[in-house]
Design a binder for this molecule. Structure first.
Ligand code: ASP
Length: 322
């Protein structure tokens, strides 16, 4: 009797899985619209839908608390493949930053696969008196206690970069948190904040048009993008060992059927081979993932290694939130 009930349940469930998705799929972006994570999500959504029966992929921005509000929303969502999370390195830094993270990073999600890697830039308002790294360093030393550093909250990429940047310089800046670096960029453009560390996907256009000043890149190699190739690395500027690269990946709530996450993963893999998507990413300084981390299990292993890499540095900096 038990067996036949199980068979009946399976026969009812299977056609539904085979048809996935039958309605629009929502990707939660845990930061404000118009920012670097949002840009990746919107570009990806356009190509991802091709592998999802051409269903609409809706982007929902749930910014706040450095990405943890959006991640928590997806952790609690129905595990049916219709609510996904597109998050970044914050998946790996938040466990060390939050005493009471409202989800378990490694247990509450199905890891679908990794999308891209993005370098960061140290940028400042156009009216800053400094024009290069050496001048910026002098200006920081001369203005101790008066400098504002924008970020997207504890757990954001801009927070991690800013934290390491201040630590390496021995500088203590006043951080101004936003729901994403899109609104932070608005204030940097308006001169309301002095400095920010942010991904090239959000800064390259503003740097190239001269609306903000750029001082360095956070990767250990210079960038090849024409407008940004002249920027020194922080490492060559004297901040030994400084090397921060941001990554983005897709997640589903824990318990989402494997057949569904496999479909999303297949759609992701085709999207990452789409020449237009690759071109759009490259133009913004991002590099599309071509290695095994495009698979859920390998991405999960990578996140574990990132938790182990960044956790001690964050704990040493003594930054926590409840
Ligand atoms: N990626 C965030 C955003 O999209 C910013 C950050 O992590 O610093 O706004």
């Amino acid at each position: 009797m038990k067996k036949s009930l199980l068979a009946l349940a399976c026969s009812l469930a299977l056609p539904a899985l085979a048809a996935y998705p039958e309605k629009p799929v929502t990707i939660v972006v845990p930061f404000a619209a118009g920012g670097p994570t949002d840009k990746v999500a919107r570009d990806l959504a356009e190509v991802l839908r091709k592998g999802l029966h051409n269903q609409t992929v809706i982007i929902e921005n749930v910014g706040g608390a450095g990405g943890t509000l959006g991640a928590a929303k997806v952790a609690k969502a129905a595990p049916d493949g219709y609510t996904l999370l597109l998050h970044h390195i914050g998946m790996a830094t938040s466990p060390a930053l939050y005493r009471n993270l409202p989800y378990k990073t490694l247990d509450d999600f199905e890891y679908v696969g990794m999308i891209n890697e993005v370098p960061m830039t140290v940028v400042g308002r156009a009216s800053l008196p400094a024009n290069n790294w050496a001048e910026l360093r002098k200006w920081i030393d001369a203005n101790k206690g008066k400098i504002n550093l924008a970020n997207a909250g504890l757990g954001a990429a801009s927070h991690l970069c800013g934290l390491l940047f201040q630590q390496s310089l021995g500088a203590d800046m006043t951080t101004v948190p936003y729901k994403g670096t899109a609104p932070a960029m608005t204030d940097l453009l308006g001169g309301q904040v002095d400095l920010m560390c942010d991904q090239t996907t959000n800064t390259s256009g503003q740097i190239e048009s001269g609306k903000i000043k750029a001082f360095a890149v956070t990767t250990n190699k210079r960038l090849t993008m024409p407008g940004l190739a002249k920027l020194p690395t922080l490492e060559e500027s004297g901040l030994k060992g400084f090397n921060v690269t941001i990554w983005h990946a897709l997640y589903a709530p824990k318990g989402t059927p494997k057949a569904v996450t496999d479909t999303i993963n297949a759609a992701l893999k085709s999207a990452l081979k789409d020449p237009d998507f690759i071109k759009r990413e490259e133009a913004l300084g991002a590099v599309v993932i071509t290695d095994a981390r495009v698979n859920g299990p390998e991405h999960k292993k990578f996140v574990e290694s990132e938790i182990n890499k960044w956790g001690p540095a964050i704990k040493a900096a003594g930054q926590y939130a409840d």
